[in-house]
Each structure stands twice: as C-alpha cells, then as structure tokens.
Design a protein around this ligand. Structure first.
Ligand code: GCV
Length: 939
C-alpha cells in the first residue's frame, strides 16, 4: 500500500484547498471554552467543514469514509479528491488521507464513466471497489465527478444520512456562468463589495483567493466565468493581458471552470489600428480570426466571448448598417475552429422609458434563425433592467430558431445592493417557470433556455456577479446565498427555493434547527418584503442614478403617477403595444386590466387610484399599506437577527446585525419617499393612518454656503383628516447650527418652509435629514443631499474652476484653461492646458469644470504655514476617479462618481516659512476625463 499525504498529493496536482481541517479542529476547542462558536469572517463562504457535533452521526461517517483513493493525474478529478480529503477531514474531525490504492473498507472513489448520467452528471452510490466497501462517485466526465464530490460533502454538511445514498443527477443547462462587470482599474460596475476579486496588476502572480473563488463556483455547478465587464475595455485581449490571465485561467480550469472574455466590438480599431470595425470588411474579419487564434494559443480551452454591442454607447454593427446577427456571426466564425462560442447580449434600449420594454424584442425577433450555431443570444430575465418585479422577457418565446440563454443579476443593483437583504431565488424561479406558451402550454423559459424545447445544444444562464475583494466576498454575508442560489438553480431550476435556502444556511451557519429555521425565514420572505416597501404592483425605476436611493420624483415617466392614477400603459389597445409580444393566452391576460395579475398591474396598465385589486383594496390603499407594512416587516427581520446572537459566532453575527440596522433605515426612507409622493400626487388620504410629510424640493444635491446662514426650502404636506401645525428643523450635525420654521396646514394641504441652516466652514458633501413635528402625527421624512462650499471671504483662496465665460461663484476667483502659470501668480497651468465644460445648470460652482483625458499640471502658490487644500470634483454626468498628485506623489483620489454627485478631496500641504509653489497633476483612468470644479484653502 502506498500512502500519499494530502499535502504531497495536493502539491503534485497543482491544487490546494484553502480550509485545512486542522484549522477547524482548533476552532472547535475554542468553541468549547467560550460557549460561542469561534469567530469567522465569511471568507470561506459555504465551503465550511467544521466537525460534525452529533457523536453518533460522526461515528457512522467515520466508518464510511476512511480515505480517498488517488484518482491519478486528471486535474479536475484531483481537485475533487483534494476537496474530499479536506472536507471529510474537517467534518469527521480526523484526517481522511489520500491513498494510492484501495486499502480496505471505507474508501471514497472518484472516477469517470461516460455512461452514467449525461454530460457533467454523476452518480453517488455505496458499492465495492477492489473488494472493499466504498463510496463511489462516478462522473460522466471529470466535471461531473467534481460536482458529485461537492454533492456528497453538501449532504454531510447538512448532517444527512448517507449509508444508503443513491443519487443520480445532471445539470439541466449546458451553460452555467458567472458574468463579472469588472474593469481594468479593478473597479466593479454595479459592484457593492469592494474592488474586483481579480488583481490584474499582480497577475500572472495568482492568489489563494482565486482558488476559493473557483471552488465556490464549482461547488454549485458553475462551469464558466466571464472575467471582465461587458462595457469592455479592448485591452483585456492585448498580448500583455493575455499573458497575465493565462495562469488565472489555469486555476479556474482545475475546478472545471472555463474562462470567457467580454469583447469590445471596436477592438480592430482600438487594438488593430484599422479604420473600421464593419463586420463585412475583409480586414476586420482577418483581424478577428488572427486575434482569436492568438487568444486560443495562450488559453487553449477558452470558453469564448460575450459581447454588448450597440447598447448604452458600446460600439456594434448597427453603425455600419449591419445587424446584430451579422456582428455575432463575425465573432462566431472566428471562434468556431477553436470550439468556442459567442454570447451576444439582447440588452438594447434607447434610454427612453416609452420604448425601453419593446426595443430588444423588436430588434431581435426579426433576426430569429440568422445567428450561427455557436452563437447564443443572452437575454435579461425581464424587458427592462433587473427590476425587482418585471414580467419574463417576451423574447424567450420569440426565438425558436436561435440559441438563447438568460441573464440574471446576482449583484443587487436595483434590489438593495449590499445593504438590503433580498434573496432572489424565489424571483428567479418565477422566471424560469414562466410559461411562454411558445410551443403550446408548458413551454417554460426553463425548457427554452436549456435547449429542450427546440432541441438546441447551446443555452443556459449567466448571473452578473456580486463578489468583490471584501473579506466576506459580498459585504452583506447573507447575500452570498444569492450567489449559491444562482448556481443551484442553473443546475436545476426545478429545485425548491426552500430547499436551496436550507442547504445554504446549513452549510454556512451549521445545523442548529432554530437557527436554520430563522435564517431560512429571513431569506425566503425578503424578496416580497423588499417589493412591499419599494416598488408597488410592478412599478419600476423609483430610484436615483445610484439605483439605490428612493426618488419617485427623478424618473416620473416610469410610474406615470398623476392626480388621477398611476402605471405604465403597455397594452396594444391604448399603450405602447408591449402586451402583444406574448403568445396567447398570456397576451390576452396581460392586455386585460381585469385579468392582469395584480403584481404586474402598474407595469402593464395605467389605472385610477380607486381601481380595486383582487384583495379588495384600492390601488392607492395598497401602495400605502404595503409600504407601511414592509417597513414593519424589516423591523421584525432585524429583531429576528438580534435573537440569533448566541447562536452564531460574534463576528459574523455583528457584521450582519449592522447590515440590518442600515436596512431598517433604508426601508423607512423608502416608505416615506413612496407613500409621501403618492400622497402629494393623489391627495387621497390613507384609510388606516395619518401623517405629515417632507418631500424633496430638489431631486439633486443643493449647494449651501459653509460658515454662513442659508435657508433650506422644504416641501411639506398634511396627510391627516384635520388641520395640523407643522414645525420643521434639521437633525443636529457636528459644527452646524439650524433653526426651525412653522406652518399651519389644512387637511391635504401643502406648503413650503425655509429652515435656517449654517453649515460648518470646512467644505463637505452631506445628507440633510429634516425633522418635522406636528403633535402626535407620524412624520414621513425625505433626506436632501447637499454640497457645502465655504464663503469666499473666509478663505485664504477660493477658486471656481470652469470655462473662461461661465459665471463664477461670489467671492471666488476664476480658474479656466486660459490661466497659464506666470511668476508671481497665485495659480496657473504649466505645459499643455486642459479643456473645460459648462453644463448650464443654475449653480455657478457646480455647472462647470476643467477636465481632460490626459494628465495636466496646475502650479499653485501655497501660502506660508500648514494648510488643508480642498478640491471639488464631479459632474452632472457620471465621472471616473480623479487622481491628484502633488510634486509627483499621489495625494488624493476620488471615487467613481455618479451623475450629480460631487466629492471634496482633502490634501494636507505645507507652505513652509514663506510659502512655496506646488505642482498639482490631475489625471484619471485611460480614455476617461478627470474633473476639477473648485479649490479652496480656509483662512
Ligand atoms: C454593464 C444597466 C446597468 C449598467 C450595465 C447595463 C448592462 O444599464 O445600470 O451598469 O452595464 O445595464 O447590462 O449592460
């Protein structure tokens, strides 16, 4: 008998599993001493293998699993064996080694037999191997065996009896992918858990976290990952980047995960210097053929490519008079000899609420049958953009001759980001289960995208990832349940949400039955709760540009609330015709205001506030009730978590308790914003409650003068049946002072109040939270973002940067591209001068800025002594981070700023005894603009 140590095996196979069982056994004894489970940071996700605490079960497991038989050189089988030795050792509390051959009962065998279960499938059975009793995991291929190994571990993590185990399983979808919206500077578009998990700067050096990432994905059956943003930087496929990414692809490969790239359609121009990216141009075709061959030389088993074209500013075939199919087939032809695929996104729209729901259908339906066999059209789950409630996309039922796959969003762009708990598995399941009736009753989305309905080999599902480089991967630890749930549903959309949640909870938090019950309840109820206090009856886009802050005043075209009613008419008879995209009977059900499901009513119809729902409530009363009840539900969720304090390790408990505190604050803001808006719009009193309210006067940030009194205007209203005397003020802030203002309002009356506010002198970006008192009445409060800029007369220097002609803030000096440095000047550009823009909004400071795509240098006279230099950056449009270097050293860097957001950068400077000049270099990421709106030094 040859005994191979796990470490030796692992080194040989190039595979290392992160969580060593020795770590777990130490942690168990710490638990025994403190009475609390040892602290964890969430970095192991659901791949935790603590010792089974049920002694009888542990004994049974120890008899069944004594060692793992070395499967030989196959890399993915090696990963399966490594995971098994590590996981079993932890769960059993004793080392389960890897052995070179069968050595008595208790063997665990992982092997491949094509005949067992269909592609990537597996069986797990007890049987005999070499005359000994063994647990035998047989994959149809190596991936299948790996999935079987994870399945077995999952059963043990959930303390299931396995002595009679007999499982046969296979994935229902061929493509089960993660999509990353990760950029070259490691920022993540719509990422809420830090920067990218991929450290492009360090590659080709890899990190242990890549292996945890790969194991997590593989454990739920994900078989591919698109590593970069669909808003694609062409540099990702430059030779230098390919060399960096090859070793990362190697780590992923060992866990059965294929690497994919998002492509920029204009790459032949950007990288190749061609004059066109026309898909019919021979030079363009040659360029793609050569480029893709070069990519496959470096990563021979690359899965293929994903393309966002002619959408939200991305280049594509339409500008050359070609179709999306022409564009897709260009890439499909070039990738075909290498066995790869192209996934072509159907997400096209015109930033126009009226047309958005229709555009993808109208663009892609006529192209059915025109896409190459190795092309797949990737369709978002709904026709808009990952809203918390949308009907299933009508395109699923409209492409019988085209490969189709679904795109879901795991990162919670519109569903609370990493602050609100919103478990999306129940929502995704509804979409999978939606009956399109495209090929008769029972033609579910699930059957279409798996390829079953139309006998297609390609299809599946992708999930836009929520992972970042935070230690716990997702910032809200319960949000990792969505990552897990995406994989499990992609594997089998027929699994029950309850079972998926239960499995994740047990793997992540253990098998304490009260704990499991409570966490499952939290997860499973959270989507409906989120719907309750956010978007009523299918209304969408009630948010600001951050896609987080409630603001029904910002995008009124989506809810169309007016004095009489609300909702978006998408009927054929009187609306934009959208309901006609569905097959009967769905189209007729959606078209009819009587038959339309309540939860989609306002997505499909404009109805009077008094329209009665099936519940018997009017629409307006439903809006009020759901928002008040939703906020109450969140309070109860927070209490449930509080009650779990002694059942979870202190660290993970506290991290999530903090999330629930924020969640409750946000749910209350939502309640106030939506109920308040519907009241001022409809003037209909709530039958069950009375309140007074403040709603925003301005939807974007207002500017206040620091160190001086300002009057902040508030819009107030009385939603009570009697007269009310309202007194408004501001919640106290450090260094700020404020007064109050009052008004008497009749029932259903409204008015404005000017509240005096004196901000501290130092500039800030802040959120004002008004206060409102009116006897015993509840107050609904909307917050107001503000930017303060000190009054010029209290500054040593105050500069308003912008164009040479636009207005300058009172008491500030102008800085424009025309100001070149000259000896004795206070400031001026050295070298090439920047550009400038004026956005023509009313505020003189915020309306304009100097900017450029290349670095520019401003020489600045620093007065004698130590000072803080404040630089204001931002724009009414989104702006990339602005970096400021002083005398060659990075001194400050802003974040990525959404349109309308600004940031004050602070830099400590010292002018010495008699003052000095400093060179401020302003720059940003390649191809983008830096911004500078103002500079101040306080006296
Ligand atoms: C990657 C929405 C998001 C964008 C995203 C786009 C898409 O518009 O807000 O951040 O861009 O969808 O899916 O392409």
């Amino acid at each position: 008998m040859t005994e191979v140590t796990r470490r030796g095996f692992v080194a040989g196979a190039g595979v290392a599993v992160a969580g060593s069982w020795l770590g777990w056994s130490g942690a168990q004894s710490a638990w025994a001493e403190t009475g609390l489970p040892p602290d964890e940071d969430g970095s192991r996700l659901w791949l935790r293998y603590p010792e089974v605490d049920d002694a009888a079960l542990r004994t049974t497991y120890r008899e069944l699993f004594r060692y793992v038989v070395d499967p030989g050189d196959a890399v993915v089988l090696g990963s399966a064996a490594a995971e098994l030795t590590d996981g079993l050792s932890g769960l059993l509390g004793q080392e389960v080694p890897l052995r070179g051959e069968v050595d008595g009962d208790g063997a665990v065998v992982v092997r491949v037999d094509e005949a067992v279960a269909g592609p990537e499938g597996f069986t797990i059975r007890r049987g005999e191997a070499g005359g000994a009793a063994a647990m035998i995991i047989t994959g149809s291929d190596e991936r299948g065996a790996l999935y079987g190994a994870f399945h077995l571990l999952r059963l043990l993590q959930s303390h299931k009896a396995v002595d009679r185990v007999d499982v046969t399983d296979r994935p229902r979808n061929p493509l089960r992918l993660a999509n990353h919206w990760d950029n070259l500077d490691r920022s993540v578009e719509r990422g809420y858990a830090g920067n990218s998990v991929f450290h492009w700067d360090e590659l080709p050096q890899t990190r242990p976290s890549y292996e945890v990432y790969a194991r997590a994905l593989a454990s739920v059956g994900i078989n591919g990952t698109v590593i970069n943003n669909v808003n694609a930087n062409a540099q990702f496929i430059s030779p230098a980047m390919l060399a960096k990414i090859a070793p990362l692809a190697g780590v992923l490969r060992a866990w059965g995960i294929s690497t994919y790239f998002s492509l920029n359609f204009a790459s032949p121009m950007i990288l190749g210097g061609l004059a066109t990216a026309d898909p019919f141009d021979t030079g363009v075709k040659d360029w793609w053929r050569d480029k893709i061959t070069e990519i496959y030389d470096v990563i021979p088993d690359l899965g293929g490519f994903l393309v966002k074209a002619d959408s939200e500013g991305q280049p594509g075939p339409i500008s050359y008079g070609r179709t999306h199919a022409d564009g897709a087939n260009l890439i499909a032809d070039a990738v075909k000899p290498h066995g790869g695929i192209v996934m072509w996104r159907a997400f096209v729209h015109d930033f126009n609420a009226l047309e958005w729901s229709n555009k993808a259908y109208e663009t892609f339906k006529p192209l059915d049958g025109k896409f190459a066999d190795n092309a797949v059209v990737q369709i978002k789950n709904g026709p808009i953009d990952f809203q918390v409630r949308e009907p299933a996309h009508p395109l699923f039922g409209a492409l019988p001759n085209t490969n189709a796959m679904m795109e879901l969003q795991i990162t919670q762009e519109y569903t609370g980001q990493s602050t609100h708990l919103c478990y999306l598995v129940p929502m995704w399941q509804e979409v999978y289960g939606f009956d399109t009736h495209a090929d008769g009753a029972g033609t579910t989305v699930s059957k279409i995208i798996s390829g079953e309905t139309y006998g297609r080999e390609l299809g599946g599902v992708a999930g836009v990832m929520n992972f970042g480089d935070d230690a716990d991967w997702t910032r809200h630890q319960l949000a990792a349940a969505n990552t897990h749930g995406h994989g499990r549903l992609a594997w089998n959309p027929g699994l029950k949400a309850r079972d998926i949640a239960d499995e994740w909870t047990r793997q992540t938090y253990g098998n304490d039955s009260r704990l499991v019950t409570k966490i499952n309840q939290l997860l499973l109820g959270s989507w409906q709760t989120y719907l309750d206090y956010t978007n009523p009856l299918g209304v969408s886009f009630l948010i600001k540009g951050d896609h987080f802050t409630p603001s029904p005043q910002t995008n009124t075209g989506w809810h169309q609330a007016d004095a009489e009613g609300t909702g978006f008419d998408r009927t054929v008879a009187t609306g934009n015709g959208y309901t006609g995209f569905y097959h009967r009977p769905v189209s007729t059900r959606y078209e009819s205001v009587e038959d339309c499901p309540d939860e989609l009513l306002l997505f499909l119809h404009h109805v009077p506030y008094g329209h009665r729902l099936r519940s018997g409530k009017t629409v307006i009363q439903h809006v009020y009730d759901s928002h008040f009840d939703g906020a109450v539900e969140v309070r109860a969720m927070r209490e449930t978590w509080q009650g779990l304090r002694r059942r979870i390790d202190a660290k993970r408990w506290a991290d999530t308790a903090e999330r629930f505190d924020r969640h409750l604050e946000q749910a209350t803001l939502w309640r106030d914003a939506i109920a308040g808006h519907y009241f001022v719009t409809s003037r209909i009193l709530d039958e069950r409650r009375s309140w007074v309210q403040v709603t925003p006067t301005a939807t974007s940030a207002i500017r206040l003068v620091g160190g001086q009194e300002n009057l902040v205007r508030l819009s107030v209203a009385n939603a009570s049946p009697g007269e009310a005397e309202l007194v408004a003020g501001q919640t106290p802030r450090d260094g700020w002072t404020s007064g109050t203002a009052g008004i008497v309002l009749p029932s259903r009356g409204d008015g404005t109040l000017d509240v005096p506010v004196t901000p501290s002198l130092a500039p800030q970006v802040a959120t004002l939270r008004p206060t409102l008192r009116a006897g015993q009445l509840t107050a609904l409060i909307a917050e107001q973002p503000v930017i303060t800029a000190p009054s010029g007369d209290q500054c040593l220097i105050a500069i308003d940067a912008g164009t040479a002609n636009s207005p300058v803030l009172a008491g500030y000096r102008r800085l424009s591209p025309a100001d070149r440095w000259a000896d004795g000047a206070a400031y001026g550009w050295v070298g090439s001068v920047p550009q400038s823009r004026d956005r023509n909004i009313p505020d003189p400071l915020l309306r304009d800025f100097v900017n450029d795509t290349t670095a520019r240098t401003l020489r600045f006279a620093i007065p004698a002594g130590a000072h803080t230099l404040y630089l204001l950056v931002g724009d009414v449009h989104d702006s990339f981070p602005t970096t400021v270097k002083i005398d060659g050293q990075v001194a400050a860097k802003s974040g990525f700023l959404l349109g309308g957001s600004f940031e004050w950068l602070t830099i400590e400077v010292d002018g010495g005894g008699s003052g000095r000049t400093a060179d401020l270099e302003l720059s940003t990421v390649p191809g983008q603009h830096w911004h500078l709106n103002g500079i101040v030094i306080l006296s």
